[in-house]
Ligand binder design. Structure first.
Ligand code: SF4
Length: 309
């Protein structure tokens, strides 16, 4: 949602195809995982803990900050956000245990959050685009675009990305963050002078039923990601290189696309992969069609334009 029309994105061209950071990340992590997500266009019907908390958390925060951005009082913004969370319990969109964690975490966050007192909210959950070629554009979804109204960054425009994370990022991980150095130039391409990018981190490593009993849980942290123009340039160059590999892969016929997308088979990567079952089946020569139809659904999160690829 664009709150202030002066900060609207450059329109996405007719007929163009979007390649997101998530797609590049999936391709770099495991090409077979990428093939499940972006070749077959599938996602798990029942996502795991971290994905569920992340998706639900982002939606709730978007409702909360959209309400604040359009002038609702804080208690109403919180109420609207928690109402949506309650709906999620009823509609069983996510495992209720995961929703319990999101609920506990966000209730505590709302109680301490004062971001809107320090910043004007210019945009919430809005898509921005940057051309890679005439046909392919980099696409990203911004969580919050803010104009600072107090303190040493007075007048600066900054972006903030919510991260639901098992543990807070280390200083090295912040400097290696792959998204923010792409987000900043992409938003700048729309003529918006963003100067810095922050991660708004929510630590999910606690049991939901314990949160009320602990006084000193270290749950929230805002960190800047130390963006520099050179880092942005490197990130965009790398995005272009991997995007070209993806475009090449997408141009193959479906059978070859599947064969060329070799599984990484790495413990760290496979541990959290939602495609473990069909991946094993493929390696054992078992047809995965039934499993893909019953355990997975059409990918819902992302950018409509990349479905055309
Ligand atoms: S289980 Fe591992 S090898 Fe298979 S698709 Fe997932 S990440 Fe790749």
């Amino acid at each position: 949602m664009i709150v202030n029309p002066d900060y609207a994105p450059t329109p996405f061209p007719e007929g163009a195809v979007a390649i997101s950071n998530s797609e590049v990340d999936a391709f770099n992590t495991c090409e077979r995982k990428w093939w499940f997500y972006f070749g077959l266009n599938k996602e798990a019907k029942n996502p795991g803990r971290s994905l569920s908390i992340g998706i639900a958390g982002h939606e709730i925060l978007a409702i909360y900050y959209s309400a604040l951005a359009t002038g609702s009082p804080k208690d109403l913004a919180e109420k609207l956000a928690i109402q949506r969370l309650s709906e999620m319990y009823v509609t069983q969109e996510f495992n209720p245990e995961y929703l319990l964690v999101a609920h506990a975490l966000l209730s505590r966050y709302f109680a301490i959050d004062r971001l809107h007192e320090f910043c004007d909210i210019l945009a919430v959950e809005e898509d921005f685009y940057l051309p890679i070629t005439d046909k392919y554009w980099y696409a990203m979804r911004l969580d919050l675009l803010l104009k600072v109204k107090k303190g040493k960054e007075l007048g600066n425009i900054v972006l903030m990305d919510h991260k639901f994370t098992y543990d807070f990022k280390t200083p090295a991980m912040l400097k290696l963050n792959p998204q923010m150095p792409k987000y900043v130039p992409t938003i700048q391409f729309s003529g918006i002078p963003v100067s810095q990018a922050y991660l708004n981190q929510f630590r999910t490593r606690f049991a939901g039923h314990l949160i009320e009993k602990k006084d000193n849980l270290d749950l929230f942290k805002k960190d800047d990601t130390d963006i520099t123009p050179t880092r942005c340039q490197s990130a965009i160059e790398q995005q272009m290189i991997v995007s070209e590999r993806i475009i090449e892969r997408k141009n193959l016929d479906p059978e070859l696309q599947m064969k060329e997308s070799v599984p990484v088979r790495n413990d760290m990567v496979c541990r959290s992969c939602p495609f473990q079952d069909p991946c094993q089946m493929m390696d054992n020569g078992i047809n995965i069609r039934g499993t893909m139809n019953t355990m997975y659904k059409k990918r819902s999160y992302g950018y409509l334009k990349d479905d055309a690829a």
